[in-house]
Design a protein around this ligand. Structure first.
Ligand SMILES: [Zn+2]
Length: 106
């Protein structure tokens, strides 16, 4: 039996695309988030992990809030590795952390 919940009306306004942060696991508006991508490459070992501040690069992506805490949480929980399906070396995390700090202070 299906129940129709009161107040569950279809939104007529433009839908805001939501994405889940790999750090805090909260759903947030895509535009408030930073994409972390694995660049597409024939050879997996040549794939790079980058912060995609423009949201226009190709590759498998994960979304994260624009703050260092969420990045730190994603690193600690290995949420990023799970989303991107590859092991991420510490030096890559160091670069991401630095880039995130720069975005924050911009
Ligand atoms: Zn977050």
């Amino acid at each position: 039996m299906t129940m129709r919940l009161p107040g569950m009306t279809v939104m007529k306004n433009k839908k805001i695309p939501m994405r889940q942060c790999v750090g805090c696991r909260e759903m947030k508006a895509k535009k408030d988030m930073i994409r972390v991508i694995k660049t597409a490459s024939e050879d997996e070992t040549e794939s790079q992990i980058l912060l995609d501040a423009t949201g226009r690069k190709n590759g498998r992506g994960a979304y994260i809030c624009q703050n260092s805490e969420c990045l730190a949480a994603a690193i600690k929980s290995k949420g990023l590795e799970r989303s991107l399906k590859m092991p991420i070396p510490q030096e890559v995390y160091d670069v991401l952390t630095k880039e995130m700090e720069e975005l924050e202070t911009r």
